[in-house]
Design a protein around this ligand. Structure first.
Ligand code: 6PG
Length: 243
């Protein structure tokens, strides 16, 4: 596996180039395979990227061939301000002509977390043939503690090798989460992290360390078997790398 670090002084330039790369991957997958399947990241960092995709690439991306999934979700209603689905809907999905039946949010109401995880796995299995889903692109954020998606240090979900979706408990509210598991992310064709700020430098260091233990640094466990990891980073996080 190869790590490609793309470091930018200017956040706007990072977002511009990251959006262009996502659009390129989407157009290439659609041309080659007739569809583009992407798992979106939550949190705050990716929101400008989603807004740039809607603003600058609305006409370039073949939205009729795009299927959107989520890498993780807070177990709150979809209209809750903390919902990853709501953030992506407001920043991107409500602004582009993607068919509504190609938007696949994680279920967060009317089911227990365990039922919701099983239900989402069924959704993924309906979309992907084969023993593991092959996302064309997984977008991921990075927490200061080394978590990514809702794979948190010490969590049982880190050891999941059979299920595609697992329940998770975050240290912060809303604690209940759902997350794709390592095998799903590691079968993706491309994994792109986007992270910034000095506070995440140690998390980046451990994520890049081939000796790091995913138990302590979950982002280090994202190692796509047939792909590479691309890191979209600001100068602050890189400048603060220890050592
Ligand atoms: C979430 C994300 C989570 C996020 C990191 C970074 O649901 O919050 O999936 O993994 O990517 O916590 O969050 P920020 O981008 O807000 O710093």
């Amino acid at each position: 596996m190869i790590d490609a670090l793309r470091v930018f002084e200017d956040d706007a330039e990072m977002i511009r180039q990251a959006a262009a790369e996502v659009a390129r991957l989407a157009a290439r997958a659609a041309a080659r395979r007739g569809r583009f399947s992407v798992a979106l990241a939550g949190g705050h960092t990716p929101k400008p990227l989603y807004e740039a995709l809607a603003r600058d690439h609305r006409d370039a991306i073949p939205w009729d061939l795009v299927h959107v999934f989520w890498g993780d979700e807070r177990f709150v209603p979809h209209d809750d301000p903390r919902s990853n689905f709501r953030m992506a809907r407001e920043a991107l999905l409500s602004r582009v002509p993607i068919p509504s039946d190609q938007i696949h949010p994680m279920p967060t109401e009317g089911l227990s977390p365990g039922e919701a995880a099983r239900d989402y796995e069924k959704t993924l299995r309906r979309h992907f043939e084969g023993s593991w889903p092959r996302l064309d692109l997984a977008l991921l954020g990075l927490g200061a503690d080394g978590h990514t998606a809702s794979l948190f240090p010490g969590a049982p979900a880190l050891h999941e090798r059979r299920r595609w979706v697992a329940e998770a408990l975050a240290p912060d509210e809303p604690r209940q989460r759902l997350t794709l598991t390592f095998p799903v992310f590691n079968h993706a064709g491309h994994v792109h992290f986007i992270a910034g700020g000095a506070g995440k430098a140690e998390a980046l260091r451990c994520a890049l360390d081939p000796e790091a233990r995913p138990e302590r640094c979950p982002a280090a466990g994202i190692r796509p078997a047939h792909g590479n990891r691309v890191w979209w980073l600001d100068r602050a996080i890189v400048r603060s790398l220890p050592g």
